[in-house]
Design a protein around this ligand. Structure first.
Ligand code: SF4
Ligand code: FE
Length: 502
């Protein structure tokens, strides 16, 4: 079942086999390293959630696989309400972390593999499903911290995996033995990977028979020989090495890493897709829609943090009642709630590609992510507008703490009485980091697929001909409209087509 945050920390403390690098140096204990600790603490929030009053119900779910209560992050959705609970939970956890808490990619990877292996079973290939359910049970029983790894290094973007000069541009199977497989290649931008216990690896694009060596999905403990993790840099990251308590803002970061697989052995019971290229396009479609839905929760939660910070900063200088400030905050609210509404719609309007499996609504999920690719930048722009230039020019906490400067800083940074210069600095730093950080500004654009990927989905899913025939009929033109029982003018997804085909 359910672990506590402390139990999670204990479990990831020692890394002996994998190599984890930060700023060129190897790290053994990720829970105490100043660069990674803030991100580990954000991940930990997902383990604290089942024990905290406001998130207790949302964060717990009943698993029919092990007949026990599990952490929602390792749950297989059983209803549209389950999907909505995910979005609601993500919004709430963002309020505790102010950053991406990194556990949802593994969550979405589990749900994706559940549907894909079920579809394979329906077509007569039952082994992947059996192996996956066994793995799922272990994950649920031990309440494991999973990272999901999808995006490959990709090399030349116009070439398929098998056409690349670098044969490892996409993760591939180099050898198959009766006990398992060997894999090589690299996954890029992998959220939270150094804070995870296991990595679930999925193919990142649709593949043909010529790419079958690349059509592989498996899980592997993060601490496995041959795995090298290179943690990426972020804006303001060196501040974490400072030992202050204002500028460093402990606990407010997530991390991404380049995960290199140098001829890594994966036991056969952990291999869920092996040369099954026929299922790759559906797998990508299912996973990306799941993750796009989630953004309506976590990014709305970060929107709340920014709205609160903006409002407080306006108060600190006495402008919160000015009509243009109120207008701007109202706009931030509208943008934030729009992202959330779309995420909820994607959940409650869920699609069932197989019995007992619940996928999100693919159109709404893609719309959610596309809103998220645009709105955070607008929310941040409004926040910066309201906060004033100080958000880019404020003195450091070390100035405030210098006895020679302290009084001056206190005098010249204060606005309305009742708030101190330290209050102003703290709020400015929070807003600076959240509004311009990786989670809100960059991940919002590129996470779960760049904006162009969602536009491709809208046009693929939307039945333009149907709408045209509807309009022609209403206009009194000759029309061969056939009204369908579907409420929306959408086509079937690749996943639904596969589910229906014999
Ligand atoms: Fe979860 Fe959001 Fe982070 Fe993705 S970006 S892992 S949905 S918190
Ligand atoms: Fe993400």
């Amino acid at each position: 079942g359910l672990r506590t945050g402390e139990q999670y920390l204990e479990a990831i403390k020692v890394r002996n086999k994998a190599e984890i690098y930060v700023l060129g140096k190897e790290v053994k204990d990720v829970t105490t390293h100043p660069f990674l600790k803030p991100s580990v603490m954000a991940f930990k929030a997902t383990f604290d959630a089942p024990w905290e009053e406001d998130t207790k119900e949302l964060a717990r779910a009943w698993s029919p696989f092990i007949n026990e209560e599990v952490n929602r992050f390792n749950h297989i959705h059983r209803s549209p309400e389950d999907l909505a609970a995910k979005v609601k939970l993500l919004r709430k956890i963002s309020h505790k972390t102010g950053a991406c808490f990194q556990r949802c990619v593994g969550f979405d990877a589990l749900n994706t593999l559940y549907i894909i292996t079920e579809l394979m079973a329906q077509k007569g290939k039952t082994e992947p499903k059996e192996k996956f359910v066994e793995y799922l049970k272990t994950v649920q029983k031990k309440d494991l911290a999973l990272a999901g790894a999808m995006t490959d290094a990709k090399g030349v973007r116009t070439q398929k995996p098998s056409q690349q000069k670098n044969k490892d541009a996409y993760v591939r199977v180099t050898e198959v033995t009766k006990d398992g497989i060997y894999v090589s290649g690299a996954k890029a931008n992998i959220t939270g990977v150094a804070a995870s216990e296991e990595i679930v690896v999925l193919p990142t694009r649709a593949m043909g028979p010529e790419d079958q060596d690349y059509a592989v999905a498996f899980s592997i403990p993060t601490d496995t020989e041959g795995i090298k993790i290179v943690v990426g840099r972020q804006l303001n990251d060196a501040r974490r090495m400072e030992e202050g308590d204002i500028d460093a803002l402990p606990y407010f970061y997530n991390h991404e890493g380049l995960v290199i697989f140098d001829n890594v052995f994966v036991p056969m019971e952990r291999v869920f897709l092996l040369k099954d290229w026929q299922y790759t396009s559906q797998l990508v479609e299912i996973f990306s829609a799941y993750h796009r839905q989630g953004y309506g929760g976590c990014k709305a939660g970060l929107g709340d943090v920014i709205i609160g910070a903006t409002y407080n900063l306006a108060k600190q200088i006495g402008v919160e009642k000015a009509s243009h400030i109120q207008e701007k905050i109202t706009e931030e609210i509208f943008l934030t709630e729009t992202m959330y509404s779309a995420g909820i719609a994607a959940s409650l309007n869920a699609v069932q590609p197989c019995p007992n499996c619940w996928w999100v609504n693919p159109m709404h999920a893609n719309v959610t992510k596309h809103l998220v690719a645009r709105f955070p930048a607008q929310i941040s722009q409004l926040a910066i507008d309201i906060a004033g230039g100080i958000i880019g020019t404020a003195p450091s906490e070390w100035d405030l703490k210098n006895p020679k400067l302290r009084e001056y800083i206190a005098k010249y940074l204060q606005g309305v009485e009742g708030y101190t210069a330290e209050d102003r600095l703290r709020m400015v730093r929070l807003l600076e980091n959240v509004s311009m950080g990786v989670a809100f500004m960059i991940e919002s654009v590129h996470g779960a697929g760049s904006p162009a990927a969602q536009r491709i989905m809208f046009s693929r899913l939307y039945d333009l001909n149907y709408s045209e025939e509807v309009a022609k009929k209403l206009a009194g033109m000759k029309s061969n409209v056939r009204f369908t029982e579907k409420a929306e003018p959408w086509r079937e997804t690749e996943t639904e087509k596969l589910a229906k085909s014999k």
